[in-house]
Design a binder for this molecule. Structure first.
Ligand code: PGA
Length: 255
C-alpha cells in the first residue's frame, strides 16, 4: 500500500472487554499472526487494568499497547480517573481521547478532549484523537462543520511539532458498533476534509504527514477497500479487534 508519507496504524479499541488473563492469552495468540507485518503499526488500546499485563505480553513483539483515555490533571481528587504519569508507569505508549462513547455517556466535551489531549502529549504519548458526527448531524448536513469544530477545539494550543504524535480517528457515531460502515467514499470525503482542516490550522506538510484513521464497524469484509482510499491511513477497530483471527487479518489488509 502506498501511504509513503504517513504511518498506517491499525489500532484495536477493546472498550470494556477482557480481563488480564484474557489479555495475556490474546496477545500470545496474536503475536505470531502479525509478526513481520511492519508496513503498518499494530496497536491494542486495552482497559486500564489490562495495560501492565499487555505490555509484558507484548515485549519483543511488534504490538504496541495503549489506553482508552487519560485525565488532564497530574493527580488529585478525580475519582475513577487515571493520570498520564500512571499510564507511563505501566508502560502504555498510545492513548485514545475523545471517543464518541466518552462524549455520549460520560459528558466529555470538545474542551475536556482538548485538555486530555494536551496532557497526554505533554507526557510524551502518541495520541489517537477521535472525531465524528452523529446520524442526526449527518442528516442535517452538518457533518463537515461538526468534525471540523471537534478537530479545531481538540487541537487548540497543540503545536505543529506535537502533531507528530497525534493520530486522528474519524469515527462516524452512527457506524460504531452498528454494523453500518460508512462507504469508502463517505469515509474518504471526511478524512480528506479533516486533512484540509489540519492544513488550515498548521500547514500542508503537517496535514500530509498526519495519520488519519477510519473507525466504525471496520471488519475483514470492508477493510481492504477503506484502507485503499487516499486519505485513510489505518483503522480504529472495536468489535473486530476482539478476535485474533479477524484483527490479524485487518493488519494483513494494511500491508
Ligand atoms: P466498532 O468500534 O469497530 O465496533 O464499530 C469502533 C470504535 O468505536 O472505535
Amino acid at each position: 500500500m502506498d501511504k509513503s508519507k504517513r504511518k498506517v496504524v491499525i489500532a484495536g479499541n477493546w472498550k470494556m472487554n477482557m480481563t488480564p488473563a484474557q489479555t495475556e492469552a490474546f496477545i500470545k495468540e496474536l503475536a505470531p499472526l502479525v509478526k513481520g507485518k511492519d508496513d503498518s503499526v499494530t496497536v491494542l488500546c486495552v482497559p486500564f487494568v489490562d495495560i501492565a499485563t499487555a505490555v509484558k505480553a507484548a515485549e519483543g513483539t511488534n504490538i504496541h499497547i495503549g489506553a482508552q483515555n487519560v485525565h488532564f490533571a497530574e493527580k488529585g481528587a478525580y475519582t475513577g480517573e487515571v493520570s498520564a504519569d500512571m499510564l507511563k508507569a505501566v508502560g502504555a505508549e498510545y492513548v485514545i481521547v475523545g471517543h464518541s462513547e466518552r462524549r455520549q455517556y460520560f459528558g466529555e466535551t470538545n474542551d475536556t478532549v482538548n485538555a486530555r489531549l494536551k496532557a497526554g502529549l505533554a507526557a510524551g504519548f502518541k495520541m489517537i484523537l477521535c472525531v465524528g458526527e452523529t446520524l442526526d448531524e449527518r442528516e442535517k448536513n452538518i457533518t463537515f462543520e461538526t468534525v471540523s469544530l471537534q478537530t479545531k477545539v481538540a487541537l487548540k494550543d497543540v503545536s505543529k511539532e506535537e502533531m507528530a504524535n497525534v493520530i486522528i480517528a474519524y469515527e462516524p457515531v452512527w457506524a460504531i458498533g452498528t454494523g453500518k460502515t460508512a462507504t469508502s467514499e463517505q469515509a474518504e470525503e471526511v478524512c480528506k476534509a479533516i486533512r484540509d482542516v489540519l492544513a488550515g490550522i498548521y500547514d500542508k506538510a503537517t496535514a500530509e504527514a498526519t495519520t488519519i484513521q477510519y473507525g466504525g464497524s471496520m471488519n475483514t469484509k470492508n477493510a481492504k477497500e477503506l484502507l485503499s482510499m487516499k486519505d485513510i491511513d489505518g483503522g480504529l477497530i472495536g468489535g473486530a479487534s476482539l478476535k485474533t483471527a479477524d484483527f490479524s487479518e485487518l493488519v494483513s489488509d494494511a500491508q
